[in-house]
Each structure stands twice: as structure tokens, then as C-alpha cells.
Design a protein around this ligand. Structure first.
Ligand code: ATP
Ligand code: MG
Length: 398
């Protein structure tokens, strides 16, 4: 009887009034039973994708051959998926074929864990053929069917099990846990992108540290790129605010020496990787004075690096972030373009073509201005440049 379900009921009712079956399924049912916040609602139905498209006015056929249609109703998007059974998982990719079925129970049977294999109808009746509610009560993660078989079918489920453990603080049921450890080598067959997405979700959850430690004990980390000997995975992971911060901390805790290689192995999008590298080098540098650090690193990377460094040692410091922000606010200039002279003007003043010397001169000029040694007036800046010229070419005393 939560507002989010009350609204979503309209979608179910429309389908059932036309003679189809329709249920809430997956994460939303699990979180409803747990009384946890529900973010998005997935619906399973006996209607075929083409029928779903016909019935609703606004739809996006995102994965029509896998049976999924996004339905937009009352300003909210719902994933509506036709009851299906999955074909083989060839080459450890998502199943290449799916077969639609008219049975809810068979649809629930293909799902990974018992608590993800529950359905709820528009009157909030729960369908729980695999004991999902009991698993939630016992706080355990248990596969639907034999764990070895289900993990062999799709080894990504091993990562998913740990992801749910990190979210709820549950433990893996014995057989599920043993199979996760024994078959973790199969993770090497799974695409890096799928593993990366699961890992990043895992790292945003409250119990991430404990779960990383148990993944290590079970040998799962040995089959994830660059994480075989993570030192002290104990960190304040949920404090991190972006994927680049998470990857920066992973690299920092790993025994890897080469940051860009590590990030490349995880196939991160270019911008995330770049940002991560910046954070890592800022964490290690954190050069003083503070004004130069925030100027040179940029405020967002400096804040990220500080937050990541704090998370690495499990301390929390709003003050530190405040200090960085006020140091940035107080900067006389925020970038080279705010200097009263341009590169080409400097080059003309010195009487030499631009070259490596120009970058060095501009950087010492920026450093002097940013650290308050020199004012940013045109007069002082010109004086600085002339002095530099004299030092470079001492006037000959013939
Ligand atoms: P979250 O709240 O984090 O989104 P979720 O349970 O909704 O959790 P999804 O990845 O969105 O997780 O998947 C939706 C549902 O699809 C799951 O609850 C599960 O029933 C099923 N599912 C997803 N991935 C798999 C998989 N690899 N194998 C079997 N079933 C899966
Ligand atoms: Mg979901």
C-alpha cells in the first residue's frame, strides 16, 4: 500500500482487465517485503511484447526480443517483461535465445536468488514458490535451484550474490557460498563491463568492506582484474561519491604500480578513467601550499582525492573539504587565462619563439601569483617577466 505501488497498479490493472496475467517482480518485491525503499518497479506479464506495445500509449521497446518493453504511465517508467524461460548461456554472455512462457512460476524459476524470485499481484498477494520471504527472514542469499548449476549457467550471479550481501548485510547460504568460491574462476569468462558494473554497485553499499574481505577469503578476488592482493579492503566505501573515486581507492589498495594499466584492464569509460587517474595522482601529491594544490589539481579532483584518502583510512572530515573549498575561493586567479598577459605577449616580451621555456615561465608566474608572492597586477607581472629575462640572458658587461 505504498504510493509507488498504488500508482504502478494501474499498469497491472490495464493488463489484467484485458485477460493477461501481470505481477510486480524482482527487486521491488524483495524491497517491499523488507520494508526497504523501492526505486524502480519491474513487471512480468503473460502479454507478448507486441501486445504490451499495442496496449499502452507510450512505450519504448528496449529489448523486444528478450521480451522487455518500457511503459511510461503517469510520468513513471516501468520495465514490463513477458514471462520467459532462458535458453542456454552460450559463451557466458546473456542468453542468446529466450522462450516466452505462459507460466509465472517458470519465469520465477530462471531468476537468480530466492528473494529475487517472488511476485506480487495488484492486491498485494505474494507468490513465493522458492521460499524468498523465508530467506529474507533468515538474512541469507540462496540460489533458486542448485548453486553450482546456476553459477555455471551465468557466473555473473556470483558477483550479484556478493552485491546483495553488501547491500543488506546478509550472508551467503552454505551451498551457495561454497559454489561461489569453487566456481569463481568462471568469472574470467565474463565480460569485464558486466563485472565492473556489479563491482561498482557493490562498492556503493553499506557492507562493502566486509564483503570484499569475504570475497578475498573465498578466492573470488583472484579472478578480478588487478585485485588479487588487495591490502586491507576495509575502507569507508559508501562515503565515496563517484565511480572514479571508487576506482581510485581500489587502485590505491591494490598492489598494482601502473594506474592507467589498472584502469584500462577494467575497461572504464575514458572520462571516468581520466578522472580516476587525476584523483590518484592528487592523493599521492597533495603538495603544499594548499592554494597551489587546489589551483593545480582543480577543485573537484582535490575534493575527490581528499574524500578518497579519508575513506582509505576510515576517517571523515567535513572540515578538510571546507578548507579546500575556501582555499579555492580565495585564489587570486583560477586559471592561466586570468593572468594579465597571454603566452604570445610573453613570447614577444622575451623576444623568443614559444618553446618549453614558455610553459616553465608561465608556471612559475602562476605559482608566484597563486601563492601570493606576486600580485596579479599587470605592472608586477611585467616586472616578474623582465627579471626572468635578465636572469636567463644576463646583460653582458662589456
Ligand atoms: P536492484 O534493486 O539493485 O536493481 P534487482 O533485483 O532489481 O536489484 P536487477 O539487476 O535490476 O536487480 O534485476 C532484476 C531482476 O532480474 C532480479 O531481481 C532477478 O530476478 C533477475 N535477474 C537479474 N539478473 C539476473 C541473472 N544474472 N540471473 C538470473 N536472474 C537475474
Ligand atoms: Mg532492478
Amino acid at each position: 500500500s505504498r504510493p509507488i505501488f498504488e500508482q504502478a497498479k494501474n499498469v497491472l490493472k490495464k493488463l489484467t482487465s484485458l485477460g493477461y496475467e501481470a505481477y510486480f517482480v524482482g527487486g521491488c518485491v524483495r524491497d517491499a517485503v523488507l520494508s526497504s525503499p523501492v526505486h524502480d518497479i519491474d513487471i512480468a506479464t503473460s502479454a507478448l511484447p507486441e501486445e504490451v506495445v499495442r496496449i499502452f500509449t507510450k512505450t519504448i521497446p528496449v529489448g523486444i526480443d528478450h521480451g522487455t518493453v518500457i511503459v511510461r504511465e503517469g510520468g513513471i517508467s516501468y520495465e514490463v517483461t513477458t514471462f520467459r524461460t532462458e535458453g542456454e548461456y552460450k559463451d557466458y554472455r546473456r542468453p542468446s535465445t529466450v522462450a516466452f512462457t505462459s507460466s509465472l512460476e517458470r519465469d520465477l524459476a530462471r531468476r537468480d536468488f530466492t528473494f529475487n524470485a517472488m511476485a506480487m499481484d495488484a492486491d498485494y498477494n505474494l507468490y513465493d514458490p522458492y521460499g524468498g520471504r523465508d530467506a529474507l527472514k533468515r538474512r541469507v542469499i540462496q540460489t533458486v535451484g542448485a548453486a553450482q548449476e546456476r553459477f555455471r549457467e551465468d557466473p555473473l550471479r556470483i558477483m550479484r550474490a556478493f552485491r546483495f550481501a553488501a547491500k543488506y548485510g546478509f550472508s551467503l547460504e552454505e551451498e551457495t557460498k561454497a559454489a561461489a568460491g569453487a566456481l569463481s574462476y568462471l568469472l574470467e569468462k565474463i565480460s569485464t563491463e558486466r563485472k565492473r558494473d556489479e563491482l561498482l554497485k557493490l562498492l556503493s553499499h553499506p557492507y562493502a568492506s566486509d564483503v570484499l574481505a569475504s570475497m578475498q577469503d573465498l578466492g573470488v578476488m583472484n579472478h578480478l582484474p588487478g585485485l588479487n592482493d588487495l591490502t586491507a579492503p576495509h575502507a569507508d566505501w559508501p562515503a565515496l561519491q563517484s565511480d572514479s573515486e571508487k576506482m581510485a581507492l581500489l587502485f590505491y589498495l591494490s598492489s598494482h604500480k601502473d594506474c592507467s594499466g589498472f584502469l584500462r584492464d577494467w575497461k572504464l569509460p575514458g572520462t571516468t578513467a581520466k578522472q580516476s587517474e587525476k584523483i590518484v595522482s592528487a592523493m599521492m601529491r597533495c603538495s603544499l601550499p594548499l592554494s597551489w594544490h587546489v589551483y593545480h589539481t582543480g577543485i573537484s579532483s582535490a575534493v575527490s582525492a581528499f574524500r578518497t584518502a579519508c575513506a582509505a583510512v576510515c576517517v571523515h572530515s567535513e572540515d578538510g573539504i571546507e578548507r579546500l573549498l575556501s582555499a579555492y575561493e580565495a585564489l587570486p586567479i583560477k586559471s592561466r587565462t586570468e593572468l594579465p598577459v597571454s603566452g604570445s605577449q610573453v613570447s614577444a616580451l622575451i623576444g623568443d619563439r614559444p618553446g618549453p621555456w614558455l610553459g616553465k615561465l608561465l608556471q612559475s608566474l602562476e605559482h608566484a601569483v597563486v601563492t601570493g608572492v606576486l600580485s596579479c597586477s599587470e605592472e608586477d607581472v611585467l616586472h616578474f617577466i623582465r627579471r626572468w629575462k635578465d636572469e636567463r640572458n644576463p646583460p653582458s658587461h662589456a
